[in-house]
Design a protein around this ligand. Structure first.
Ligand SMILES: Cc1ncc(COP(=O)(O)O)c(C=O)c1O
Length: 378
């Protein structure tokens, strides 16, 4: 049976070149980067090389990159440092953020009694910029936390415009860029942002590693206390192999990026058009154009049918892996907080398909054929 992986927003297959780079570190460069002997110095050099590579890719200084255990930790670190260390008294966020942001915000609200405002968004997940402007106008030291590309529906934030609004109103700006980093060109120099977050496993790197970018104008202190690694900000012996793997992953994915974008976009477009043709009652959650949404995500909304609740399972039986929303909520059986916040019809079934440059047209055609058969068999 054909096995088709269309859940790349949950995690991506690790690129063979990444595995190769990691195996070589695990086998040969096992030194502790904090050790002063030759083994340690070699490991330290690998870490600093990886930091430089990542910094060059996103156009920032290596000293602005802090390695973390992934996107969740990086989001926690940005928001907690803002409140606990940078005197932030108010967080403006949106109801469609990832739980790594929303649950951290709820924790900070309870623990530090800070004000939290949720900016309105429309039914496609577009942030209401006029509302954001209104919220920013009332002054208390604020951080705005809005994600660059939504992990469930793909809708983009106009990040440049939000960054400008934040600057004009003296607010800090954090953007969860976990889904977009590596997949779209991101130039920190042009963005003027305070914090962005990255997770390696969303771009064909290993799980359990990521980074937080902190603009050097923000003087933050230790987030994890201990042996003073990461310039004292985030203690703990660094995961050298994974960090090297992440740097390889970001280098690989940004190579010939325009070609990769064109290829994946053409797959998404072909799937969208074929589904519209064969299942006319289908609609799509979130924006779908190349300009307004991440080309790796297509969130389909199917009409109610006899196989309600069984669609994911039926696709799985046919060898197709996809997701009923954010994979991070699977098992919780509470449905998607993003789709709920968009007030979408609860009778319809939503499935997120997410692609990578390894996805093929043959796989998309097989998926469409399978979906059409499932809907015609009712
Ligand atoms: C937008 C977004 N932010 C944060 C995370 C969490 O990243 P990690 O799995 O590295 O902790 C995810 C993962 O699903 C995500 O999609």
């Amino acid at each position: 049976m054909m096995q088709i992986y269309l859940d790349n927003a949950a995690t991506t297959p690790v690129a063979p070149e990444v595995i190769e780079s990691m195996v070589s570190v695990l086998q040969e460069e096992f030194g502790n980067p904090s050790s002063s002997h030759a083994y340690g110095r070699k490991a330290k050099a690998l870490l600093e090389n990886a930091r430089r590579t990542i910094a060059t890719t996103i156009h920032c200084s290596p000293s602005e990159i802090i390695f973390t255990s992934g996107g969740t930790e990086a989001d926690n670190m940005a928001l907690r440092c803002a409140v606990e260390q940078l005197e932030v008294k108010r967080i403006i966020t949106s109801p469609i953020e990832h739980h790594a942001v929303l649950h951290t915000v709820e924790y900070l609200q309870k623990q530090f009694d800070i004000e939290v405002c949720y900016v309105r968004c429309d039914g496609n997940g577009n942030i209401d910029l006029a509302h954001l402007k209104e919220l920013l106008a009332s002054y208390s030291k604020t951080i705005v936390s809005l994600m660059h590309a939504n992990n469930e529906i793909g809708t983009y934030l106009p990040i440049q415009e939000v960054s400008r609004l934040c600057r004009e109103n003296n607010a800090l700006f954090h953007s969860d860029t976990v889904q977009s980093i590596g997949h779209v060109p991101l130039n920190i120099q042009e963005l003027d942002i305070d914090f962005i977050t990255c997770s390696a496993h969303k771009m064909h790197g290993p799980k359990g590693v990521g980074f937080l970018y902190v603009n050097k104008r923000n003087k933050i202190q230790a987030f994890i206390h201990g042996g003073a690694q990461e310039r004292g900000l985030r203690s703990g012996t660094e995961n050298t192999a994974s960090i090297v793997g992440m740097s390889k992953a970001i280098t690989l994915i940004t190579e010939n990026l325009d070609e990769k974008i064109a290829k994946v976009w053409s797959l998404k477009k072909s799937m969208l058009e074929q589904l519209q043709l064969h299942i006319p009652t289908i609609c799509f959650n979130g924006e779908t154009s190349l300009e307004n949404s991440l080309y790796t995500i297509l969130n389909c909304s199917f009409p109610s049918s006899k196989n309600d609740g069984m669609l994911l399972f039926s696709l799985d039986l046919k060898g197709i892996a996809c997701s009923g929303g954010s994979a991070c909520t699977s098992g919780a059986n509470t449905g998607s907080h993003v789709l709920r916040a968009l007030n979408l019809d609860p009778q319809r079934q939503s499935i997120r398909f997410s692609f990578s440059h390894y996805t093929t047209q043959e796989e998309i055609d097989f998926l469409v054929k399978t979906l059409v058969e499932l809907f015609n068999s009712k």
